[in-house]
Design a protein around this ligand. Structure first.
Ligand SMILES: CC(=O)N[C@H]1[C@@H](OP(=O)(O)OP(=O)(O)OC[C@H]2O[C@@H](n3ccc(=O)[nH]c3=O)[C@H](O)[C@@H]2O)O[C@H](CO)[C@@H](O)[C@@H]1O[C@H](C)C(=O)N[C@@H](C)C(=O)N[C@H](CCC(=O)N[C@@H](CCC[C@@H](N)C(=O)O)C(=O)O)C(=O)O
Ligand code: ATP
Ligand SMILES: C[C@@H](N)C(=O)N[C@H](C)C(=O)O
Length: 455
């Protein structure tokens, strides 16, 4: 299954239960797969793993023989990917592949919640969406799974191609084309080309569900170089009325969003998520659920009980009673504007406050992108703005064009930001926190959440 051969295993069969790549997380009977990374080489821990109960190890051929039962392979990562591909084929599980600049994880959770009303479904945990995370997700899948909902991430060309050819999706979603990873791709057109690599591994006769509001997707679909499977069925979703599905009505409430759509007619659907962008994500998930025959009753049920992976516009109530919109998982211009849209619609709070940190990997125009986000802010959207990081000084600069003096506070030091923020917050405020993963603004969320804000 992984293109290797057995060594040191005697003549008894070895029963293997599960795959592990971290020696600190060994489970009895697992296969330990040593990976060479930036800081460690997993091969150095193989002996300890066998001592700790691993049944066998993969072992890269150029090294000396394995310290116990082993499968000798050329490259352990490639072997793990091949093993995942073989296992998926052996299980006969259908795959839904999801990519896009924003909303992959959210849409993955939505698709899972809808399909799980009807099928045995496995999904990506957290953000395990790359050349290591996706095969690990597959290798953790129960073998009787009907469907696997797999998030596919990238920050360069041909990364999605590898994932798609490994997982061979029957259904694929592209959520949108934003600015994330512009640094590596150079243009949004290149980002679109990278995302549409998801078509290259799809099964024949598959379904492609994509954001019809994004012209670059249609442009790349028409390019001769774009590899598409035979018999591909396509569906569009988005806010525009030209899409196959779009919202016909949206009601923004404190802890949920109620919407009707072209596909659902006059029947309102309740989504326990905030923001117009999450209605758009939900439309993509609805298309997939209906494609697989999920009933309208189960669709309503599945939507109403979706559980989102944390730090995606997650509402947190602090010990003081303050409302925090924890959107600190990641950030990019489109995502910030979507999150500000949620804050803008909040009513009944003393003040609306935003803490915005650097958006990373945006390439040469990064300062302009930050300035543009600042200019997007108006007194109707935020009462106070705190920025964190060197790039976010440009958010403050852009915001100064529309926000009053004395309402903008720029910081480079997180502890100083937290101190000033807590001194100005009130339990009746609503606070949005958003930045790229590398800024770790969850530390701000935790500090505010645990503060009594007494005054
Ligand atoms: C290889 C690995 O899993 N590394 C993880 C490890 O990193 P660390 O620096 O500690 O170790 P090494 O990588 O050097 O270690 C090599 C192996 O040795 C093992 N090991 C180490 C010590 C020890 O005592 N015993 C051991 O057995 C070790 O387990 C390694 O296997 O830990 C870090 C902290 O937990 C992890 O962050 C690191 O994981 C890497 C980054 C990784 O890629 N993990 C995947 C499972 C994954 O999917 N991670 C996602 C994030 C994916 C992501 O960023 N996606 C992008 C899009 C794709 C970009 C693409 N170009 C890319 O390169 O990723 C996105 O925008 O979404 C996640 O963690 O959320
Ligand atoms: N459809 C969308 N349009 C714009 N922004 C979105 C959309 N969906 C989610 N977001 C924003 O992007 C943030 C991250 O959402 P999510 O984790 O689902 O995306 P992702 O594509 O998995 O992100 P990443 O590539 O960082 O893993 C959300 O908190 C929200 O601010
Ligand atoms: C590592 C990459 N997947 C990512 O999340 N980049 C953002 C911009 C970050 O590191 O903050």
């Amino acid at each position: 299954m992984c293109g290797g051969y057995v060594a040191n295993a005697g003549d008894s069969d070895l029963i293997i239960e599960g795959v592990v790549t971290d020696s600190r997380k060994i489970t009895p009977g697992c296969l330990f797969i040593p990976l060479a990374g930036e800081r460690f080489d997993g091969h150095d821990f193989a002996g300890d793993c066998l001592q700790a109960g691993a049944a066998a190890v993969l072992w890269a051929a150029p090294k000396e023989t394995p310290p116990g039962p082993g499968i000798i392979v050329e490259d352990t990562l490639e072997a793990m990917q091949a093993l995942a591909k073989s296992y998926l084929a052996a299980c006969g599980t259908k795959v839904v592949g999801i990519t896009g600049s924003n909303g992959k994880t959210t849409t993955k959770d939505l698709v899972f919640s809808l399909l799980a009303t009807t099928f045995k479904v496995h999904k990506t945990q957290g953000n395990f969406n790359n050349h290591i995370g996706l095969p690990l997700t597959i290798l953790a899948m129960p073998k009787d799974s009907d469907v696997a909902v797999l998030e596919m991430g990238m920050s360069g060309r041909h990364e999605i191609e590898l994932l798609s050819k490994l997982a061979e999706p029957e259904t694929a979603i592209v959520t949108n084309i934003g600015e994330a990873h512009l640094l590596q791709l150079g243009s949004r057109l290149e980002i679109a080309r990278a995302k549409l690599e998801i078509l290259s591994g799809m099964k024949q006769g598959g379904l492609f569900v994509y954001n019809g509001d994004e012209p670059l997707i249609k442009e790349v679909l028409a390019e001769p170089a774009t590899v598409k499977p035979d018999g591909l069925e396509m569906m569009t979703f988005g806010l525009g009325g030209a899409n196959d599905d779009y919202p016909s009505g949206i009601m923004f409430m404190e802890d949920k969003t109620v919407f009707t759509s072209r596909s659902g007619g006059s029947t309102p659907l309740e989504l326990p998520l905030l923001g117009e962008h999450n209605v758009v994500n939900a439309l993509a998930a609805l298309a997939v659920a209906r494609h697989y025959g999920v009933s309208e009753a189960n669709i309503a049920e599945g939507l109403s009980r979706v559980k989102l992976t944390g730090m995606r516009i997650e509402t947190v109530v602090g010990t003081s009673g303050i409302t925090i919109l924890n959107d600190a998982y990641n950030s990019s211009p489109i995502a910030v504007k979507a999150a500000i849209g949620v804050l803008e619609k909040k009513r009944g709070y003393r003040k609306k406050i935003a803490v915005l940190g650097d958006m990373l990997e945006l390439g040469a125009a990064e300062e302009d992108f930050h300035r543009e986000v600042g200019r997007f802010l108006t007194p109707e959207k935020v009462d106070l703005l705190f920025t964190y990081g060197p790039l976010s000084e440009k958010i403050a600069e852009g915001a100064a064009e529309r926000l009053e003096p004395g309402t903008i506070f720029a910081y480079h030091d997180k502890s100083e930001l937290i101190e000033m923020l807590i001194s100005m917050l009130h339990s009746k405020d609503v606070l949005l926190v958003k930045a790229s993963r590398g800024m770790k603004l969850e530390e701000v969320v935790d500090a505010v959440k645990n503060s009594s804000l007494e005054r």
